[in-house]
Design a protein around this ligand. Sequence first.
Ligand code: GLN
Length: 378
Amino acid sequence: PLSKLSNVGTTIFSQMTQLANENEAINLSQGFPDFMPDSELLDHVDHFIKKGFNQYAPMGGMIGLKEEIAGKIENSHQAVYHPDSEITVTAGGTQAIFTAIATFVKKEDEVIIFEPAYDCYEPTVELFGGIVKRFEMKAPDYEIDWNVVKSLVSEKTKMIILNNPNNPSGKILKEHDIQELIKIVEGTSILILSDEVYENIVFDGKQHLSICKYPELKNRSLLVASFGKLFHVTGWKIGYCAAPKYLTDEFRKIHQFNVFSVNTPMQLALAEYMKNPDHYNQLHHFFQEKRDFLRQGLANTSFELLDCEGTYFQALKYDKISDKNDLDFAHELTIIHKVASVPFSSFYKNKLNENVIRLCFAKKQETLERALENLSKL
Ligand code: GLN
């Protein structure tokens, strides 16, 4: 057959955004801000382009940016990565994830993922001949039963993919989750790919527990983060992978033939902007206001608000409103009520339908108000 991924179509995010546009609906489906990033950051880009920084960056990234990243990680998680040999700037979080999987997953290797899972993990593993073992986290609390996870581990397990905070459920890992994970990987050579792109968006004073805080995990982990989420520039497609040197060395063998290196002037601009930690330390306050506004607005509807501990997504159970499956309901909501969402079943291989949809609240106040107006009748 011609296709290497015969079961894969266009991502649900592209589909729902297209449906929103066709129906002139308010797009709370695909996760991206509809407001401008800080003009100071934009001015830095302008500056560096005009100064003449328009040629290839070094393969692993501009050293100034890698130093800022290492500084941020150390300040936030007391973990030390060597900027030059342990941090790689990537063309977004998704590329870092793809490259990490491409680098380490061989034919027949098993990879454990947690569903609901961000859409790129499974197809990428499959592309490299890996076999996915999945644990389904379920509504309403999306807890992980680590005994079940343990039973998925075999001598073929190459990697565990974590997404913390979790897109789409908004769930964060707790200390006991991490301790269970440590027990599971102890004495094995299992690698961890930790997608932490929403690390700075955690609410209610709760703490993000990065994999790199725990030496037993850090030494076997590839930590992925994203400037798109951090600075409201998802279209810049810049992120990074932090990993111990022995993993980074391998990662870069693939990275150099995939993207080679990432956009120079934007790396310089990001480095300049990161010199002020206030530019990211306050992000959770900014999004908590939006989350709370959305939740308050929905409190009078028949939607059931599930917990949102982190990310910029709110999960809603709608079984008091409709008995349609979540894909049909999301379509109806877009076409009739003019609010686009993402159905949770698209984050499960077996399309588990628990009548839950996801709304993105990384939107202007005015956008959220208009969406709430439409949803208030439900
Ligand atoms: N991360 C975004 C989301 O979860 C989607 C990005 C994309 O469209 N690939 O909505």
